[in-house]
Design a protein around this ligand. Structure first.
Ligand code: SAM
Length: 258
């Protein structure tokens, strides 16, 4: 196989990365919500060790750096995101304590009981909430905190169109009480949870995509995979607008039990 050959999958990843790289954040959230979640954890010292798992280009990490002390390691699977992340840290003047590294959330490069805080916005779904809660626990110091956002149902039942969409894409989506029970089982005291307000989706996630989609379709004119990607993103947005009373992201904050 020659070096310049790219499999369909590699190409799709490049395409997806190029699309999301153009956005400040790769998932729903906002600086206000990051700050609110920080308010539920104990104050950290300058020596605190924090990991932001699935950090993307660091939209939420730079906000987190504003509201916490300590060293933050952002970790993401995609080198292009990490390159931008480290540029963003320099721009935010926090490169001395915020560093991005390439790595996978299922093989984290931390020691047992090394971390004071694990942060993860819109990313734990990549290995699943329950697995992430369980596997990441050992990296936290005793009484350390975890704060993640996770797609959750707001009602016990919902219309089949949205139920089917999530079952096909992330069947681990569940109700808030069940997510909290999973946290408890994984060894945390669930200290707080709250639903992300609608503007985390509309203003901070979907609206910035509009100009990026227009530019992307022009850049990749005639490319079916690019057109499919945009169609998919627009469909997701339409589903959110139609069914937002049934689901959304919830911030779950917990403290590691002794
Ligand atoms: N936290 C960012 C935010 O809220 O803007 C990014 C959220 S984005 C929806 C999910 C992120 O998880 C992407 O940056 C993706 O590259 C990353 N990701 C996917 N699988 C991963 C893995 N196995 N290990 C680390 N990061 C992963």
């Amino acid at each position: 196989m020659s070096n310049d050959f790219k499999s369909i999958h590699e190409f799709d990843f490049t395409l997806i990365c190029n699309y999301f790289k153009a956005l400040k954040r790769q998932g729903p959230g906002s600086p206000e919500v990051t700050q609110k979640a920080v308010s539920f954890i104990n104050e950290l010292s300058d020596k605190a060790r924090i990991a932001d798992i699935g950090c993307g280009t660091g939209g939420q990490t730079m906000a987190l750096a504003n509201y916490t002390k300590g060293q933050i390691t952002g970790i993401d699977l995609f080198p292009d995101f990490i390159e931008l992340f480290n540029k963003n840290a320099i721009e935010a003047h926090c490169e001395d304590r915020v560093k991005g590294i390439v790595g996978s959330m299922d093989a984290l490069p931390f020691q047992e009981e090394e971390l004071d805080l694990i942060w993860s916005e819109g990313a734990i779904y990549n290995i699943g909430f329950e697995r992430g809660m369980n596997e990441w626990n050992k990296f936290l110091k005793k009484n350390g905190f975890i704060a993640v956002t996770e797609a959750s149902w707001f009602t016990p039942e919902r219309p089949s169109e949205i139920e089917d969409f999530w079952m096909a894409n992330y069947p681990e989506i569940d109700t808030i009480p069940r997510k909290i029970m999973q946290m408890e089982k994984a060894g945390y005291i669930p200290t707080a949870h709250f639903i992300l307000p609608e503007n985390c989706w509309t203003e901070h996630f979907y609206a910035p995509q509009f100009p990026v989609q227009e530019a992307f379709l022009k850049e990749y004119a005639g490319n079916d995979a690019a057109a499919d990607l945009i169609t998919g993103q627009r469909y997701e947005e339409s589903l959110y607008n139609k069914y937002k009373e049934y689901y959304g992201y919830v911030f779950y904050i917990g403290q590691k039990r002794d």
